[in-house]
Design a protein around this ligand. Sequence first.
Ligand code: FAD
Length: 118
Amino acid sequence: SSLSTCPPDVDQLGRSTWTLLHSITGAYPASPSPTLQSETSTFIRTFAKLYPCWVCADDFQAWMRRPGNAPRVSSRDEFGRWMCDAHNAVNEKLGKERFDCARWEERWRTGWRDGSCD
Ligand code: FAD
């Protein structure tokens, strides 16, 4: 049951991982140093190799190799939108609804404009 402590399945792992990844973009600087940008890009590529769902990892790496899909880490907004695009690519593959990336920051950083998170 959900009360027991078992290894995570693909869905639990995914929800926890997206929470961490989007939260990282929310805490990312608006103007990151060149060093941080290059470390962040390396982090994402290494993450994509180590993600412990092998089909997920392979498909995610293949998606990142496609034109225009390399990690965009030049600012918080760029990185947050890139992560949202990456998540939408997985949503699409799984037949889930697309998320409106204009609202990534409300979902993961500031809370919704209507104050429902306050
Ligand atoms: P999740 O997709 O986990 O989303 C959690 C919450 O994030 C949502 O409730 C919503 O509020 C918000 N959200 C949704 N879309 C976005 C977005 N685009 N931007 C910002 N916020 C958003 N599962 C598989 O079965 N096969 C795979 O190949 C696969 N590949 C994955 C690859 C990666 C890199 C990761 C991190 C996960 C992968 N998953 C895969 C897991 C999958 O993405 C979901 O996490 C899982 O199916 C649970 O889905 P969910 O409906 O609970 O919501």
